[in-house]
Design a protein around this ligand. Sequence first.
Ligand SMILES: [Zn+2]
Length: 478
Amino acid sequence: MRRLVLPRIASAALIIAALLLTAVGTGSAQPLLDDATLSQAASLRDEARSSELAYEILESLTTEVGPRMAGSSGDERAVAWAQAKFEQLGFDRVTLEPVTFPAWRRGRETARVVAPFPQPLVVTALGGSIATDGELHAPVAHFATLDELAAIPDGSLDGQIVFISNRMKRFRDGAGYGQAVAARSSGAVTAAKKGASAILIRSIGTDQDRLPHTGLMSYALDVRRIPAAALSNPDADLLANMVKRGRPVEVALELGSYWEGDYTSYNVIGDIVGSTQPEEYVLIGGHLDSWDLGTGAIDDGAGCAITMAAGALIGRLDAAPRRTIRVVLYANEEQGLHGARAYRQAHATEMDRHIIGAESDFGAGPIYRFSSRVKPSALGLIDQLTQVLSPLGVVRGDNNASGGPDLIPMRQAGMAVATLHQDGTDYFDYHHTANDTLDKVNPEHLAQNVAAYTVFAFLSAMAPGDFGTRLGLENADD
Ligand SMILES: [Zn+2]
């Protein structure tokens, strides 16, 4: 710092200026929402809580579209459905923004134990897997965890099929997923380095249904590609019991999945245009794509329905809120946040006008906590939002929110975010399986989510000041 020599009076002025700056830094200078706006939000909350709109939207999506894996015919029908639904719900502006990505196709998928106790196994290809060359016969090499596999010498498996049996643990906040999912995402690369011909994993899921969980896996450019599939949890138990007997276990696996060129889908965007600051956005939404095995009710039809309903209910007010409420249904989240990245690229120069955002992508369980990632001087606003959320059973969380998977690129670009944490105790029983269907969604819980998103979006759109979004924070927080 440069040393300044100042006369006495100037230095007194400097002290006063420093005190004012301190006041800004601790938040006392940030204006707050007025009582009339807070009570309007409370009325909206109560109306949303008894509304069936989100359930009707979700019923429509799962019935009229169903599975909508990125790049499939269901994807195309989902885009048309979303555009029509936004219009029907009275959104002021509906926009399609193109998103291009490689398309992956699922083919035939079978597995069976050949020896010592022949019987069928229930499997599904992991998203992105290549095919086997016909039916692959090989002995099984069992590892309890990915770390155990990583620890053996490279090249030591000689064409065997790796089987990783780690079991995902159940938590309210889904913390078990992060601990278990590496076996799915990077297992094939590790197994290939060891010389394996394919990999089978226990499904990344908490259920005991005989239904396998799919989900994205990945390859590395410099490592041989091998086919990858998930066993249902009961089949993983069965295979582990055979291995335990100490005799060689031979499995036959056939996968027909493949990559097929590029496909262009769309982010579908519905706006409730703001009254006085229409160029500023409160960003809510979910992802429109699903995996192909179920109807994508919880992942992520629920998130789409919750945020579309929240936007629509706010859109029915006599006067629009100050800022625009933007609901984005992102294309292809499941295979690598393609829609989210495209959104950020398309809106890079106006990211500073995205004042805050939250994505709903964790099913339809009730919201129990509200966390933020805002500048310190906006925490008073967050406290006000929490007060209106609290009759829904929502408590204040920390100021380190992620915002949801599709908001990662925007958060990295400097956008303030919030997370409305849902109870995900049973989410991973159904996640990415054929069991992800409408009957798993509790209509009352869904409406509670809509009430919370309505409060969040409305009050954020009305808030004086801002939440700290700025441009140029690339990777500052990751
Ligand atoms: Zn999802």
